[in-house]
Design a protein around this ligand. Structure first.
Ligand code: SHN
Ligand code: NAI
Length: 193
């Protein structure tokens, strides 16, 4: 079997994200989304909130709001992405079906059959980001791979891409010439020692 998921890099700071459920799982999902995207615009709705989630929301108070109430369909209005992780399976399923009706992308955390998309392991080095998925087969391995890439991707990775961006601006010539030049100077990166 091969992973056929299609990764895209979404500007969550410009979208409306709803998370339903503010317990352990809600905390984990919010934590990793905010680690990758500190300006993600998120509303978290829950009957009650994990204390670490309250602290996390405070740290990101510009863009993260906590709303204490039960899930209701009205919450889906104007949402791009929804994640549900309540401890009530019926509520999670309701969120899933109501999102599907609206063509809103939905993830019922930790329940692959109720996900339009999966959250991945994410490594960020400045402008460079690597996202990892095991096709839902082993989230623990996604975490381990994330930790591995955090170690092995060089710290100066960001400097390299910044310099390439600057260098490209100095090039005169048509698009094809620029592509050739950019490929030429980055060739050694993949050459075997
Ligand atoms: C399908 C997916 C759907 C989704 O949630 O998006 C999903 C599903 C499930 N997670 C479960 C549990 C755990 N999840 C983690 C951790 C992470 N899970 C994440 C993503 C995903 N989890 C999606 C697939 C991603 C892919 O394609 O690989 C990460 C990468 C991203 C994130 O959560 O933001 C984040 C690591 C972040 C990081 O460290 O970088 C750990 C590890 C730990 O906590 O140490 C455990 C405990 C170990 C265990 O139980 O196996 C269970 C079992 C629940 C049960 O017991 O019933 C299911 C259901 C199932 O596997 O069937
Ligand atoms: N904690 C874990 O690591 C794992 C949890 N799960 C499952 O994931 C689900 C969530 O787990 P936890 O986050 O640990 O549970 P939790 O009990 O810590 O959090 C659930 C949250 O959902 C909220 N909630 C319940 N009904 C609601 C409603 N109608 N509207 C809005 N919010 C509502 C509660 O107020 C609570 O904050 C559970 O079904 C659990 O069995 C699965 C695998 C691992």
């Amino acid at each position: 079997m091969k992973n056929e998921l299609y990764p895209i890099f979404v500007k969550v700071a410009e979208l409306n994200v709803l998370i339903v459920g503010g317990g352990n799982v809600g905390l984990e999902k919010s934590f990793f989304m905010l680690k990758s995207s500190p300006n993600a615009r998120i509303e978290i709705v829950s009957l009650d909130f994990h204390e670490d989630l309250i602290a996390l929301a405070k740290k990101h108070e510009k863009n993260v709001t906590l709303t204490q109430r039960a899930y209701g369909t009205d919450l889906l209005e104007k949402r791009h992405l929804v994640i549900a992780c309540t401890d009530n399976i019926e509520v999670n399923k309701q969120v899933y079906y109501e999102c599907k009706e609206r063509f809103t992308l939905v993830n019922i955390a930790d329940t692959p059959q109720y996900c339009d998309y999966y959250l991945g392991g994410i490594v960020t080095k400045g402008n460079v980001k690597v996202a990892i998925s095991t096709n839902g087969k082993s989230p623990t391995m996604a975490k381990r791979l994330r930790q591995l890439f955090e170690e092995v991707l060089p710290e100066d990775m960001d400097e390299v891409v910044q310099n390439l961006n600057e260098y490209r601006k100095t090039l005169k010539g048509d698009f094809e010439y620029k592509v050739d030049q950019m490929n030429e100077i980055t060739k050694t990166f993949i050459e075997k020692k």
